[in-house]
Structures are given as C-alpha cells and as structure tokens.
Write a new protein. Structure first.
Lengths: 114, 115
C-alpha cells in the first residue's frame, strides 16, 4: 500500500520569506506525485505534478517541487511567498497498485503573515 | 468551462437521519470520484466510477453508504442512517479518463454536521 507523510501540519512564515513544505511517500513501485492547494471554502486545485522526466517541476505561480527517488521525497518550495499563498497544501501519490486513485497526506496549513 | 458542482454546500442533520449529496462533474469527464475528508486530514477515496460502473468501492462502508451514477453523468452519495462520526467534508472529483496521469478536478465539497 502507498502512503504519504507531510511532516509539518502548520507552517507560519512572513511575507517575502522562502518556504518549504515537506512530503515523503512510501511505495514499492513507480509513482506519480502531486501537490494540491485548497483555499478557504474552495475545492482542491492541482498546483503541480511529477509524472516522469525532469525531477524538478514548477507551477505558474512560482512554486516548485523536486522528486527525490532515493529519499522518497517531493518537497514543495517557493523562494518568496505572498499573503495570497495562505492556504492548505496537500501532497498526493498515485500509480502502481493505486492506479487511478490519489492517496493524500494529512495537509500542511501555510499561513503567510504581513 | 464550468467546474465540478456539488450541492448542498452545507448540511446539518441529527443522527439516524438520512442524507444525500449530489455531484455534477465537468462535461465530458467520464471518471467520477467521491472522497471523504475528515477535519485535519487529507481526502480519502470512497468510490470511483468509470461512466456508470463503480470500479473501486472497496473503501465505501456499504452498511450505511450507497452511491449511484445511473446515466454516467451526475452522481448521488447517500448515508442512511447518519452517525456522529460521519461529520466531515464530502468531496467529488472528476477526470477525463481513468488513470494515474489524468488530473482530477475537485468540487468545493459538502460539509456535513451530524448532531
């Protein structure tokens, strides 16, 4: 079975500071990795995904994540956060025996303070 | 393009009462998912449909939960009778095709409170 662990339940940062949201996964087969963002009172939105190829993937709003197979990690980073980045972020894995099914981590609440 | 529509957005009921949630996926998406999201947790898959066929319902508590997608478009998730522990957010998602490579689009969810 696959599992995802998000190591921080809450991450408070100041505006324009860098941030890293950590995600580790467990799987015995090749997987696909995703980061979803959930703004208050909204549904989950796909932020970025790793399917194959370059291990560094980027989103349109400045986030990036790097797939590290040896460390089974897919940490999310942004060099300078904005107030509008305040949201809950979920790491998810799919593939292998979970074909067609997303397995989510517990979520990390990012709060950006002015 | 309209997103995934869910209704109601909020529902408060007393325990032992029945409740139903409705989902209309994005037009043309033939795969539909229902997820359960408990407070402070990530979503967990309840059931996945490919058109009108339930291809994965292994996590659906079938003693009280049921779901249908009769015409392969919109779907209903029902709980009867509801228990206090069912208080959670119920999310619906859809994708163009089944498979790990296909992005799932999520609705806003229905927040259920059982008193």
């Amino acid at each position: 079975a696959q599992s995802v662990t998000q190591l921080d339940s809450q991450v408070p940062v100041f505006e324009e500071a860098p941030v890293e949201l950590r995600c580790n996964y467990s799987s015995s087969v090749s997987v696909y990795l995703f980061w979803y963002v959930q703004y208050p009172n909204q549904g989950l939105q796909l932020l970025l995904k790793y399917l194959s190829g370059s291990t560094l993937v980027e989103s349109i709003n400045g986030f990036e994540a790097e797939f590290n197979k040896s460390q089974t990690s897919f940490h999310l980073r942004k060099p300078s956060v904005h107030i509008s980045d305040t949201a809950e972020y979920f790491c998810a894995v799919s593939g292998g025996t979970s074909y067609g099914k997303l397995t989510f981590g517990q979520g990390t609440i990012l709060t950006v303070h002015p | 393009e309209a997103g995934v529509v869910q209704s109601p957005r909020y529902k408060i009921i007393e325990k032992k009462q029945p409740v139903a949630f409705w989902c209309n996926p994005i037009s043309g998406h033939n795969t539909l998912y229902w997820y359960l999201q408990n407070l402070g947790q990530g979503p967990e898959l309840l059931i996945r449909y490919e058109n009108e066929e339930a291809v994965d319902d292994s996590q659906l508590p079938k003693d009280r939960f049921s779901a249908e997608r009769l015409k392969g478009v919109d779907s209903t998730l029902k709980i009867q009778p509801a228990e206090l522990g069912d208080s959670a957010v119920y999310l619906c998602a859809s994708s163009h095709r089944q498979g790990s490579l296909n992005e799932q689009f999520f609705g806003p969810g229905t927040r259920l409170t059982v008193l």
